[in-house]
Design a protein around this ligand. Structure first.
Ligand SMILES: Cc1cc2nc3c(=O)[nH]c(=O)nc-3n(C[C@H](O)[C@H](O)[C@H](O)COP(=O)(O)OP(=O)(O)OC[C@H]3O[C@@H](n4cnc5c(N)ncnc54)[C@H](O)[C@@H]3O)c2cc1C
Length: 233
């Protein structure tokens, strides 16, 4: 049987970070009809197709935070992102994760170089601001050099016989990692609210926006609800 490497994006994916990262939809369970049927379980009724009048029930559920029916729709994504984005992502405990291990493999090491540098925000110490007319290429080149010299040291340690689990400690936060994440729609909407926000770091925001693009065809009326509240989907 043919085996595909996990670092290859699935067919249904969206590229982010200027093409350096991606998020793909691996699998999903349920649909908007599933949400409505779950909401109607208490009346003992089920439908196979969505009717126009069902949209108002869907909107009612979201509006009134009657969210448990949304938990019956589940998505699995494959995510290729820098280590620091993975750190932010994995704070979302309601997802289930599995990740490629650097204790098993040292092949395919890649490193992120920001397509554009941003400046430190002055008021919010956690945030950044656009850097107008920045001559940032020399800085980005230095980051690329630093990534490569970390890789050089990593390889030197492996060549000297050091184990992978210790050698990986010298790899930078810009190292790209690949993981699978599975989440139900209710917790995914929570993630999207937090991570497609002005408060979130640009890099993880790119992934949140890409996820919206990937799931919109499967949950068009949910997306419309949020668009009607001024969100971009
Ligand atoms: C802009 C931004 C800045 C951030 N800055 C920092 C920071 O500086 N330092 C830092 O440490 N973190 C930071 N975080 C991470 C943040 O504190 C959350 O850990 C992260 O956003 C995950 O949110 P969550 O817990 O709501 O999500 P999930 O873990 O997916 O949980 C979803 C919901 O489930 C419920 N839940 C899950 N687990 C529990 C539990 N054990 N007990 C009770 N209820 C639970 C809660 O209602 C929760 O909102 C930041 C997040 C954002 C978006």
């Amino acid at each position: 049987m043919a085996m595909q490497h996990i670092n290859v994006p699935p067919d249904n994916h969206v590229k982010v970070l200027g093409g350096q990262g991606w998020v793909g939809l691996i699998d999903m369970l349920g649909s908007e009809v599933t949400i409505l049927n779950a909401a109607r379980v208490s009346f003992g009724k089920m439908k196979t197709e969505m009717e126009d009048k069902d949209v108002s029930l869907l909107n009612y559920l979201i509006e009134n935070k009657h969210t448990s029916p949304l938990e019956h729709v589940v998505f699995t994504f494959s995510v290729h992102c820098p280590l620091f984005v993975r750190g932010q992502w994995h704070r979302h405990r309601t997802w289930s994760y599995n990740e490629i291990s650097r204790r098993y493999t040292e092949i395919d090491l890649e490193f992120y170089v920001p397509p554009k540098m941003r400046q430190q925000a002055e008021i919010n110490r956690q945030a950044s601001v656009e850097w107008e007319n920045a001559d940032d290429k020399p800085l980005r080149d230095k980051i690329a050099q630093h990534n490569q010299s970390s890789l050089g040291l990593y390889n030197e340690l492996l060549d000297a016989g050091v184990c992978r689990e210790q050698a990986r400690g010298v790899l930078p936060q810009n190292m790209m990692v690949t993981f699978w994440g599975t989440v139900d729609l209710n917790n995914l909407l929570h993630f999207l609210e937090l991570r497609d926000s002005d408060h979130a770091q640009w890099e993880i925001r790119e992934y949140a926006q890409a996820i919206k693009q990937l799931i919109k065809p499967y949950i068009p009326n949910v997306a419309k609800y949020f668009e009607s509240k001024g969100q971009t989907w």
